[in-house]
Every structure is written in structure tokens, then in C-alpha cells.
Design a protein around this ligand. Structure first.
Ligand code: G3P
Length: 223
């Protein structure tokens, strides 16, 4: 499915994207989104979701949800809870927070019930195929070895992106594809779109940048 290109910014657990810094970065995202017309989604740490969602009008996603629902569970992150805190979507199965396939399936069902948009992260084409067969809104292909490397997947490993785009199209054309890992420049985003994705998922290129707002303007500038 062809949708408008988007940028998903994962704040991870970086101190530069936590607490007051989370609000500051989210406001940059809002400003760049408003002036460029590019959709930008902010994924702060889960305890920061409420305050970030109250501070900006752009979509705020959770970095993770568990497969557990409401009930006698302790220390889990539920879809209902992140939704009521203000998130409108969630990452699932990030390389730094992996789940079993059965848990991804349950997490997706909980997310759908809570009306959260879903981005399932994958680390190779086989996992992309498995994720697409569960019909999330997005699959985000991210080779783990390129995460945080500054070497953009869209240039370093275009075949894994192309292969994921082809696989997803065959399995469920209603699923959109993002790619991530090492993305930091507008040119990397342009290369990702050229490969047939709907956008990028990134973190360090903005959160760790000397000037995060300038980094965001550069990213959005090539869309
Ligand atoms: O979720 C985004 C991600 O894992 C990529 O990280 O720092 O390479 O943009 P980074």
C-alpha cells in the first residue's frame, strides 16, 4: 500500500531523549513536521509518553508493548495502558527488545483491540515474511549490525530492503515497509524511498546529533 512518507524517531533510552529532553526533541519533531509537511512520529521512553503526548500534536508511539493484557500481570507494558497514556501506536519486537513470534502475534492482537498502530521490527527477510503474515500496519527492517553504526542500511544493504519490500508485497500488500539502522541524512531517506519503502525508523542520527533540529530538517528535506 502506498502511503505518505514518514519518519519514525526512536528516542531509545538515550539520556538526550529522556524527561525534559524528550519534550524538547518531540517539539523539534513537531516543528519540522509542520514546516516540511512530513509526518514524524516520536517514540519516547514509556514513562515519558504521557507528558510528551500532552506537549505535542504529532503522533507519539510506545517503544514496546508486551503480549500481556489487563489483569493479574506485574511489570508488563500493556497496549491499553500506553494508549490511555496518549500513545497512538507502538513498536513491537525491536532488535533491542525482541519477542517470540507467538508473543508478537498476541501483542498485535492487543494493539489492534486498543486501536494502536503497529510497527513490527525485523532483522532479516525471513523474519520480515513472518511479521508480514501477521498483518501489522508496518514492518520495519533493521539489520542489527548497522544499528547505531552511522552506516545507512539504505546504502550499505539495499538488497535486504528490496527483498523485504518484495516479500511484504507478496504476503500482504496492506502492510507498509520502513527501514532503519544507520540513517542520519536526507540522502539516506531518499535512498530508502527509492527502494520502495514508506519511510525510515531511526534514533542516534537525531537524538545524539549536536543539533537534533537541524538533523531533522535535513532528513525531511529530501522527502
Ligand atoms: O529504532 C531505530 C534503530 O534501531 C536504528 O538506530 O541509531 O541506527 O538510527 P540508529
Amino acid at each position: 500500500m502506498k502511503i505518505k512518507p514518514l519518519i519514525v524517531l526512536n528516542f531509545k533510552t538515550y539520556a538526550e531523549g529522556m524527561g525534559k529532553n524528550a519534550i524538547r526533541i518531540a517539539k523539534y519533531c513537531e516543528e519540522v513536521s509542520a514546516s516540511s509537511g512530513v509526518k514524524i512520529i516520536a517514540c519516547p521512553q514509556i514513562p515519558d509518553i504521557g507528558m510528551v503526548a500532552e506537549s505535542v500534536k504529532i503522533p507519539v508511539f510506545s517503544q514496546h508493548i508486551d503480549s500481556a493484557g489487563a489483569g493479574s500481570f506485574t511489570g508488563h507494558i500493556t497496549a491499553e495502558c500506553v494508549r490511555s497514556a496518549g500513545a497512538t501506536g507502538t513498536l513491537i519486537n525491536h532488535s533491542e527488545r525482541r519477542l517470540l513470534l507467538s508473543e508478537i502475534d498476541s501483542a498485535l492482537q492487543s494493539a489492534k483491540k486498543a486501536e494502536l498502530k503497529t510497527i513490527v521490527c525485523t532483522n532479516n527477510i525471513a523474519v520480515t515474511k513472518a511479521a508480514a503474515s501477521l498483518s501489522p500496519d508496518f514492518v520495519a527492517i533493521e539489520p542489527p549490525e548497522l544499528i547505531g553504526s552511522g552506516i545507512p542500511v539504505s546504502k550499505a544493504d539495499p538488497d535486504i530492503v528490496r527483498g523485504s519490500v518484495e516479500a511484504v508485497k507478496r504476503i500482504d500488500s496492506g502492510v507498509s515497509i520502513l527501514c532503519g539502522a544507520g540513517i542520519s541524512k536526507g540522502d539516506d531517506v531518499a535512498a530508502a524511498l527509492e527502494l520502495g519503502t514508506s519511510g525510515v525508523l531511526l534514533a542516534s542520527g537525531v537524538i545524539k546529533a549536536k543539533d537534533p533540529k537541524a538533523a531533522l530538517f535535513d532528513l525531511a528535506g529530501k522527502i
